[in-house]
Design a protein around this ligand. Structure first.
Ligand code: AMP
Length: 217
């Protein structure tokens, strides 16, 4: 059975961590638009050059760019068995485009999961967030630290890095942008009867358990 799921929620709520795990367990593709963009910025590709400034300022990249990107990525072979979208859609036009894209392929979105956590918790998590530059595995220096200093458990000797946009001022901007442009999507999916809300505080395993239950998988 192929399943298509959208993970919604503010920056720092755990979409990447939970999405990665969900995709790995079910062999669905993980489509993380933030990760694709960061990769493009690092490679200085045309997409990266276009997106870089917006990302650094904590603002959204243009809808048409993001819609084109997801259109192409979701048509790749590994996504035919299902996918988890992390970071897309982020605006109502993106959500509309996703619906029409799937409809034109005779597919549909199975669920939109809204992960929820209080704002102070998000700021705390984002400032302690680190990632492995090689495998992108996520760590949190307070709640999920690596075994050894600030090195990746899976890549000994590789120092964890902090995302440029996890610095305090940009974090504040990203949370505002979320409230203004992305939070309305909760109502969008609620109105269609497709929203499943999942509390995302507490240990990663507990959140994953609630998420799996909400999806019935
Ligand atoms: P994320 O890793 O999901 O927090 O995304 C990092 C940054 O990439 C965001 O702050 C935006 O600048 C950009 N971005 C990622 N996904 C989208 C999207 N669906 N629409 C617009 N901008 C996006």
């Amino acid at each position: 059975m192929s399943v298509r799921v959208v993970l919604l929620g503010p920056p720092g709520v755990g979409k990447g961590t939970q999405g990665r795990r969900l995709a790995a367990q079910h062999r669905w593709a993980l489509i993380s638009t933030g990760e694709i963009l960061r990769d493009a910025v690092a490679r200085r590709s045309p997409l990266g050059l276009e997106a870089r400034q917006q990302m650094e300022q904590g603002l959204l990249v243009a809808d048409d760019v993001m819609i084109g990107l997801v259109h192409d990525r979701s048509a790749e072979q590994d996504a035919s068995a299902g996918f988890v979208l992390d970071g897309f859609p982020r605006t109502v036009p993106q959500a509309n485009a996703l619906d029409s894209m799937l409809q034109s392929r005779g597919q549909r979105l199975d669920a939109a999961v809204g992960l929820e956590a209080p704002r102070e918790e998000l700021v705390r998590r984002l400032s302690a967030r680190r990632e492995c530059p090689l495998c992108k595995r996520a760590y949190n220096l307070i709640t999920a630290p690596p075994l050894n200093d600030e090195e990746c458990d899976d890549h000994p000797g590789t120092r964890l890095t902090q995302r440029e946009d996890d610095k305090e001022e940009t974090v504040r901007r990203r949370l505002e942008v979320y409230e203004r442009q992305t939070a309305p999507l909760l109502d969008y999916y609620r109105g269609q009867g497709r929203l499943r809300s999942v509390p995302a505080t507490g240990p990663v395993d507990d959140v994953y358990h609630s998420l799996s239950q909400a999806l019935g998988c």
